[in-house]
Ligand binder design. Structure first.
Ligand code: GUN
Length: 292
């Protein structure tokens, strides 16, 4: 029987643990964590993600602030907004939703975020600390994958993990984390990307595949070993007029055929996605606790 790694259920457990921590803080007369999200423009997917993040804050008793800015905003004006968030003692942590409009230098913006409030873990200081196994904020998606592997007691030690995709948000950090010592670590990691040759030869050797590529149903059954663990990070909107929203969400994995061969698999939706939000909350709680 293939085990379904249920991120929706696990994230509900994590959120309830976070809510308990918030209730305890309040009972002790301490403030609730406060997350702010900066959203530039009107991208549909970004609006959905940020909306989910704000609702999740409310569900666990956090304060939340959504800052919406026009997509015509100048880089300087955005940087001013960020300076305000850095200085605001009420805000424990904040995120700048990516992608940003093309005229804005993403690197410059991420560098401007106070690392102590960088609950996305995108600042070079935090990313470097992660690579060196120092206390930091781990980016929410790879953090969620690690938490899921640990809580489902998936054996990673000595296993061969093939990561597909080298993004700064998922592929690169998960490849670092799974190769480190500790829970969900000690794996032998191969990081593959668009220039990798004969990728299926590598994925077929994998005990664990983490796919963060963004190509719908890229990973087929003949590309995986029987009994492999499959973590699907893909969330691509595919046009489907028969659906009320006009699109469906597809993962990187051809789910039915790969699930039939795998020992464990994350569904899309309901796998890695909900974990990402739970771990953002966890980082915000951490930011709040560290400030004290
Ligand atoms: N865009 C896609 N994923 C993310 C994320 O985890 N954080 C932010 N800020 N933007 C994103």
């Amino acid at each position: 029987m293939t085990q379904i790694l249920d991120g929706k259920q696990l994230s509900a457990t994590l959120k309830s643990e976070i809510k308990t921590a918030v209730d305890t803080r309040r009972a002790e007369g301490k403030k609730a964590p406060h997350l702010a999200a900066v959203l530039v423009g009107n991208d549909g997917a970004s609006l959905t993600y940020v909306g989910s993040k704000v609702r999740a804050c409310e569900a666990v008793g956090f304060e939340s602030t959504l800052i919406r800015l026009e997509d015509t905003i100048t880089e300087e004006a955005l940087l001013e907004q960020i300076a305000k968030l850095n200085q605001d003692p009420a805000i424990d942590g904040y995120i700048v939703q990516l992608p940003l409009p093309k005229h804005i230098d993403e690197e410059r913006v991420l560098l401007a975020v106070d690392p102590a409030k960088d609950v996305d873990g995108f600042h070079p200081a935090n990313f470097g600390r992660m690579a060196l196994e120092l206390p930091t904020f781990i980016p929410a998606t790879p953090f969620g994958i690690m938490e899921m592997l640990e809580r489902y007691q998936i054996e990673t030690s000595g296993k061969h993990c093939v990561v597909i995709g080298r993004s700064h948000i998922v592929g690169r950090p998960i490849s670092i984390l799974m190769s480190q010592k500790g829970p969900a670590g000690n794996a032998t990691v191969t990081l593959t990307h668009s220039r990798t040759q004969n990728i299926e030869e590598l994925t077929r050797q994998a005990d664990i595949v983490v796919s963060a590529l963004g190509i719908p149903e890229f990973l087929k059954a003949d590309m995986v070993k029987a009994g492999a663990v499959i973590i699907d990070v893909g969330i691509t909107r595919v046009t489907d007029e028969s659906h009320p929203k006009g699109y469906v969400i597809k993962g990187d994995v051809a789910y039915e055929e790969v699930a039939a061969k795998a020992s464990a698999i994350t569904p899309v939706p309901g796998g890695v996605g909900p974990m990402t939000i739970a771990m953002l909350l966890k980082n915000t709680l951490l930011a709040c606790e560290r400030k004290a």
